[in-house]
Design a protein around this ligand. Structure first.
Ligand SMILES: Cc1ncc(COP(=O)(O)O)c(C=O)c1O
Length: 403
């Protein structure tokens, strides 16, 4: 009965793992989940109040497909300040989360067989989204030697006459690594020789930079403003304003692409929730003070969890510069045997390792293979230190028990 497209579809493995952990919790097990990429603190108070006011005042109707004019204006102002290039409201489209905005960007630019360069390790949804647009993911495999970042050499090797787009993500999910201005300039120098290639920059974590005093992460358009006509910059309210469930994201880019995305959105979801749009508008107006507190909180939580992980033999933390993930090298334990429900299980992949950890010690993590590179776990540290402590104690017991 199913279309080829539906047969291609895998459910998001991260959401599945999170669901399995929630199921175990519901059955009475005391599970600690380090899986999901979402803040554990609430949406900031003024944002919630703005949403309530929108409901009370009846601002609850369909909106234009590209978003309410006030929000597009506020996003244009923020993007202009972040990227150092002027953007107008007409250069902005708003929709239901950065995830769908990325989906519509790919639908707008990809023809069957077009290649999209993805930098591994990458956010798990990228490959499926490219495939759903009938494009071909072209993986540029990075490793610890380049801090899991794309280098000019790797980019050159991945580019072919079929390349339509390259997808960058900084700070990165899953590694938390940030490209420096110089690194971005070097990538831009390669891309200058490939004028047909669109650059999609997923900037969803750009305000969550630990060392920041208010400035956002470096951006390819700051490094090379001359690429403006072919960069689509994605962002949204989920991570910066703790608004994951409100489903609100946006893109800034060349008007031709932005208009095509808005048309795609108008024929699929119509528009983002009106209430979420008014709420995000308040975030853009007032959010920076709360974000500064969030950055501090994340830096403290990172120090805490990194200290606990350091007590576990054989693990190596790849120190993140932003976002809220730890990319944990567990390769020293691959090939060992765990006892799962009394049975010996050889751990040849991180999927098996994560399953054994969940079954035996009730700690949920995401195996690195889901991000295109095995030998690592991704841990989210957007959780209280007391929970992180329990998770690390259990992980210590788990890894020490391996034979
Ligand atoms: C790298 C990256 N991009 C985009 C998104 C999408 O965010 P949202 O759809 O909640 O705006 C996420 C969420 O986890 C992400 O990690």
């Amino acid at each position: 009965m199913l279309s080829k497209r539906a047969q291609l579809l895998k459910p998001s493995p991260i959401l599945m793992l999170a669901a399995k952990a929630a199921e175990m919790k519901a059955s009475g097990l005391d599970v600690v989940s380090l899986t999901i990429g979402e803040p554990d603190w609430g949406t900031y108070e003024p944002i919630r109040e703005a949403a309530i006011a929108a409901i009370r005042e009846g601002r609850t109707k369909y909106t234009p497909p590209a978003g309410i004019p006030e929000l597009r204006k506020a996003v244009a102002a923020q993007v202009s300040a972040d990227l150092g290039i002027p953007y107008e409201p007409a250069d902005i489209t708003v929709s239901t989360g950065a995830k769908f905005v990325l989906f519509s960007a790919l639908q707008a630019i990809i023809d069957p067989g077009d290649e999209v360069i993805l930098v591994a390790p990458f956010w798990a949804s990228y490959t499926t989204m490219v495939e759903l647009a009938e494009g071909a993911p072209k993986i540029a495999a990075c490793d610890a030697a380049s801090n899991f970042k794309l280098t000019p050499e790797l980019l050159r090797r991945a580019l072919t006459p079929k390349t339509k787009a390259v997808l960058l993500n900084s700070p990165s999910n899953p590694t938390g690594m940030i490209y420096s201005n110089e690194e971005l300039r070097a990538l831009a120098a390669v891309l200058k020789d490939h004028p047909r290639v669109v650059i999609i920059s997923d900037d969803i974590y750009n305000r969550l930079v630990f060392a920041s005093k208010g400035e956002v992460a470096p951006h390819i358009l700051r490094a090379a403003p001359e690429l403006r006509d072919r960069v689509v910059a994605l962002n949204g309210a989920s991570k910066s304003y703790a608004m994951t469930g409100w489903r609100l994201g946006w893109a800034a880019g060349p008007r031709e692409i932005i208009n095509a995305m808005s048309n795609y959105q108008s024929q699929s979801v119509s528009c983002a929730s009106a209430i979420s749009q008014y709420a995000a508008l308040e975030g853009l107006r007032l959010g920076e003070t709360d974000i500064a507190k969030t950055r501090q909180l994340l830096a403290q939580r990172y120090d805490f969890i990194a200290g606990e992980l350091a007590k576990i033999p054989g693990l190596k933390v790849c120190e993140p510069q932003g976002a809220f993930y730890i990319w944990l090298d567990v390769s020293a334990h691959m090939g060992k045997t765990a006892s799962v429900g009394g049975r010996p299980v050889k751990l040849t992949t991180t999927t098996e390792m994560a399953e054994a950890l969940l079954e035996e010690r009730q700690v949920a993590v995401v195996p690195g293979i889901e991000f295109g590179l095995d030998g690592y776990f991704r841990l989210s540290f957007a959780l209280e230190n007391s929970k992180a402590k329990i998770a690390c104690d259990r992980m210590k017991a788990f890894f020490e028990s391996l034979k």
